[in-house]
Ligand binder design. Structure first.
Ligand code: AMP
Ligand code: MG
Length: 286
């Protein structure tokens, strides 16, 4: 499109804006403020943050708490991919686990405010905000008259339209046991979001055991379900992102059932035993 450069500039600005509002690594972010005032004061937040939290809660409840945005204290404890990464003591995990419960997030539409009921509770929207950012970038592209684009936010792919020659975009799904860039399979898509959660992106290993960044809220430890890669194909990336993290933890059987019940959403799972499972709408399409 003629306005491609402008669209990209606007997009980068928007992604930074979202990061500044939602990152737990920035003490001035809206999410950090909610956490700081947990058990004390509700915080008025921007439309962006309100929307992400409200969508996140929907996926917490759909996944029956496998996805839980109050996982913050446990994520902080493990610090996976960060300087202080470590295997925490089981007592520490037990203690922090008491604070995890998305049902304690109080949202007030009238004031656009968010409140965590208990002190020490912490929200982490790291499992869903990237999807929102991808959707926002897509909207900026459309606003600038762009008909053909591929948006890649690392694990979150969103394709707009077809390739310039009119053929579908081809998206590769990373092979979880090979080096980055080697795909296990590809899918052809037009106007879709393709989001993958995997155990191979951020992790550390101790004595051959891998500790990755997707935490099972019922144990406080990295998920040990049979899934090692969960891909969600949907129209909006926020839905794909919220779902991918949750179903990863649920395991393949429950995941296939849940995704099968959601209209317009498909999934591909790769398991520990190197099998590939797909929802019925994906059969023959990869
Ligand atoms: P994703 O890459 O979208 O699967 O998101 C992983 C990120 O989500 C982690 O880095 C954490 O910030 C956060 N997270 C980890 N476990 C959970 C969970 N059970 N529920 C919600 N967010 C989580
Ligand atoms: Mg996610």
């Amino acid at each position: 499109g003629k306005k491609a450069e402008k669209a990209i500039e606007e997009s980068i600005k928007k992604v930074y804006e979202i990061d500044n509002k939602m990152s737990v690594f920035k003490e001035y972010s809206e999410i950090s403020k909610i956490n700081k005032h947990a058990g004390n004061l509700a915080q008025i937040v921007s439309k962006d943050t309100y929307y992400v939290i409200q969508k996140a809660i929907k996926y917490c409840s759909l996944s029956r708490g496998a996805f839980d945005i109050t996982i913050g204290p446990i994520v902080g404890l493990w610090a996976i991919g960060k300087k202080g990464q470590q295997i925490p003591s089981s007592n520490e995990i037990k203690e922090k686990l008491k604070t995890v419960n998305y049902k304690d997030v109080v949202i007030d539409k009238n004031n656009s405010s968010i409140f965590l009921k208990n002190k020490k509770q912490e929200m982490d929207v790291g499992g869903i905000a990237k999807g929102y950012a991808a959707d926002e970038v897509k909207n900026i592209m459309i606003k600038n008259g762009i008909k053909s684009a591929i948006i890649n936010l690392g694990g979150n792919i969103l394709v707009l339209g077809t390739k310039e020659d009119g053929t579908p975009w081809k998206v590769g799904i990373q092979n979880p046991i090979k080096t980055r860039g080697e795909f296990a399979l590809t899918i052809s898509v037009i106007n879709k979001s393709v989001v993958t959660s995997g155990n191979y992106e951020r992790y550390f290993e101790v004595e051959g055991k891998r500790f990755h960044h997707i935490i099972n809220p019922s144990t406080g430890y990295p998920s040990e379900s049979d899934i090692v890669s969960a891909t969600i194909i949907s129209d909006n990336s926020i839905d794909g992102d919220g779902l991918s993290t949750g179903v990863y933890i649920m395991g393949v059987k429950k995941a296939i059932k849940l995704i099968g019940e959601i209209e317009g959403v498909e999934a591909i799972f790769i398991t520990r035993s190197r099998d590939v499972y797909v929802t019925s709408g994906m059969e023959g399409k990869f």
